[in-house]
Design a protein around this ligand. Structure first.
Ligand SMILES: [Zn+2]
Ligand SMILES: [Zn+2]
Length: 375
């Protein structure tokens, strides 16, 4: 179906967060204010753009004790705080009528161990369907968030279709995905869709100022570093928040670029050793996350070399690395960089489809472009 349309003025009083003023955020708040939230909503958008945050805010607005439906979630009543504790970065609701389902979620079979799985299987969907048919415990409705919805196995998606077609009264399913193409058309067609676009850099900056002033988040103060941080975030408030809580992303990125440069000049065995250190021998959620971070860093870094060669330095992400870019970029052929950037995207897609992250990284490492001359 279609994207929600912007609807009049944004709600005042409550806090719809980074997307309060985007068409998607305004559309969602209008649906809730007029009690027209569909039983199946699909929120799509890039990783870190704020899908989970918006879904939690929707649940807060629906269950808020101080007029959240009309005004947006107050974020401070008891219920709002149970859905998101402002002291915790994690968006893990603690409420019997709101559940986030994803890889690792429980099913009804006590013998199943889903801890290391990366998919949501049919046994989990059956358990959710069973729960969805029970009356809510505390609130007047249930909200079930599936994150990411593209983790549903084919069997699970098939089983889920029936529920999406005839959802029990008082239940809202909110499906989240960064890869809409990974969802079957039958699932998509049964949901109302909202797509979240990256924020403009000035709205992201406003959020960053807010977090540093009110939430005590540490961010670089020097204007150049702050600007680089905002470029690294690419309009994704969730990325910014998650990465700031893990340290200084600008410093971390500089270290990742050191590695990228070193690996580009390393021999085969050094590359494979590095890959093993980074991704480990077995495929864990942590190794997948580590490899995805490296793919992000490498995409930005090699794109910078490509942009420099194309005389588009004004678009560089890592302006703090200008000297190094000037020195290194001329050693590469722009066409080879294009091919490598495409290969990084293919590697990312393979990992998202469940291919072992370490193996995918090993293959990618052997395709790093070769420099024409040594520095
Ligand atoms: Zn509230
Ligand atoms: Zn199970």
């Amino acid at each position: 179906m279609t994207d929600a349309q912007p609807a009049g003025t944004p709600a005042v009083g409550g806090d719809w967060g980074p997307h309060a003023d985007t068409p998607a955020g305004r559309g969602l708040s209008a649906m809730i204010a007029s009690d027209r939230l569909p039983h199946a909503l699909l929120i799509s958008g890039p990783n870190g753009v704020g899908k989970r945050d918006l879904a939690i805010r929707a649940a807060q607005a629906l269950l808020c004790e101080s007029g959240g439906r009309e005004q947006g979630p107050c974020r401070s009543c008891r219920t709002c705080r149970r859905l998101h504790d402002p002291g915790q970065p994690a968006l893990e609701p603690q409420h019997t009528d709101v559940e986030v389902v994803g890889p690792g979620s429980l099913c009804a079979d006590a013998n199943h161990d889903h801890r290391n799985t990366r998919t949501v299987g049919i046994c989990v969907i059956r358990r959710i369907e069973h729960d969805a048919n029970l009356a809510p415990f505390e609130a007047d409705r249930r909200i079930i968030i599936i994150d990411p919805a593209d983790a549903l196995t084919a069997d699970a998606a098939d089983a889920f279709l029936k529920t999406l077609e005839e959802p029990p009264d008082g239940v809202h399913f909110i499906l989240l995905t960064s890869q809409e193409a990974g969802l079957s058309e039958t699932i998509r067609s049964r949901c109302r869709s909202i797509s979240l676009a990256p924020l403009q850099i000035d709205s992201l900056e406003t959020r960053l100022d807010e977090w540093t002033q009110t939430a005590g988040v540490d961010a670089p103060e020097q204007p150049e570093r702050r600007a680089e941080l905002l470029r690294l975030a690419r309009g994704r408030p969730g990325w910014l928040q998650a990465n700031l809580s893990a340290g200084d992303p600008v410093t971390l990125r500089a270290a990742q670029i050191d590695d990228a440069v070193r690996i580009a000049n390393a021999d085969r065995s050094e590359r494979l050793n590095w890959s093993e250190q980074l991704a480990g021998r077995s495929a864990t959620a942590q190794s997948v996350a580590n490899v995805e971070l490296i793919l992000d860093a490498w995409t930005d870094w090699w794109r910078d070399l490509w942009l420099y060669l194309g005389k588009r330095s004004e678009s560089l992400t890592h302006r703090s690395q200008m000297e190094r870019i000037e020195q290194i970029a001329p050693m590469y052929d722009q066409q080879h960089i294009t091919q490598f950037l495409e290969q990084i995207q293919r590697t990312r897609a393979l990992i998202q489809q469940g291919v072992n992250a370490r193996l995918a990284l090993d293959v990618l490492l052997l395709a790093v472009p070769v420099a024409r001359t040594s520095p």
